[in-house]
Design a protein around this ligand. Structure first.
Ligand code: HEC
Ligand code: HEC
Ligand code: HEC
Length: 133
């Protein structure tokens, strides 16, 4: 009996999986732009091309969309909805969301992956993300 239940629940999960995967839209390529109200930190920093789909394959959504909870699941609010403050040290600042040392941020995760030799993501400002146009 136990085996049958286990088999049935495994089957239920397998049939549900495709629905779960298509429940949310996962943008393929994104361009991250500075919010208009947030002052520019340096003149050479332009919009950053972000291969979003590529990242979403290897990481759980929550690795970056850290405010997603069971309550808000499926909203995937843009980071800039909250991270709009100016200044380099503000936790809800625009800069810190992407350059903090935690793996939630671009630079934090890239550095950690290199340190643990899991992968070699870019960490150079101008060659990795802020490519000169
Ligand atoms: C490596 C980090 C990362 C992962 C993993 C990730 N995302 Fe994102 N996602 C972002 C960033 C950064 C943005 C751009 C936000 C912005 O422009 O402020 C974004 C934007 C989005 C947007 C568009 C939001 C909008 O309204 O502009 C959706 C929808 C989204 N992600 C869904 C997902 C889903 C679903 C997954 C998991 C399958 C996922 N993301 C995994 C970082 C990530
Ligand atoms: C609904 C609002 C909200 C959204 C959306 C949001 N954040 Fe945050 N985030 C916060 C708040 C508030 C904090 C500071 C408190 C905390 O650590 O939870 C924070 C903290 C952080 C930190 C740590 C900063 C530090 O220096 O301590 C990082 C990194 C970060 N967010 C990245 C992101 C990224 C990347 C996205 C988009 C994929 C995102 N956040 C979306 C509200 C948000
Ligand atoms: C949770 C970890 C994680 C986060 C967060 C993350 N990345 Fe990555 N990123 C990776 C890994 C892993 C690779 C792949 C490295 C490899 O295999 O060569 C990568 C690769 C890249 C590449 C190179 C893609 C290519 O085609 O070679 C770019 C550009 C990039 N990331 C930009 C970003 C930006 C911008 C953000 C933040 C909005 C971000 N990443 C957030 C882990 C992360």
């Amino acid at each position: 009996m136990k085996r049958l239940i286990r088999m049935l629940s495994a089957m239920a999960v397998l049939t549900l999986l495709p629905c779960m995967a298509s429940a949310y839209e996962v943008p393929k390529d994104l361009v991250i732009k500075r919010p208009e109200k947030t002052p520019q930190q340096s003149t050479w920093v332009g919009p950053v091309k972000f291969p979003h789909g590529f990242h979403a394959v290897y990481n759980p959504c929550k690795a970056c969309h850290h405010e997603e909870s069971d309550r808000s699941l499926g909203q995937f609010l843009p980071c800039t909805q909250c991270h709009i403050k100016s200044g380099l040290d503000e936790p809800t600042g625009f800069f810190r969301a992407f350059h903090n040392s935690s793996p939630t941020s671009c630079l934090g995760c890239h550095k950690q992956k290199r340190l643990t030799k899991q992968a070699m993501p870019p960490i150079s400002c101008t060659r990795g993300c802020h490519k000169k146009q």
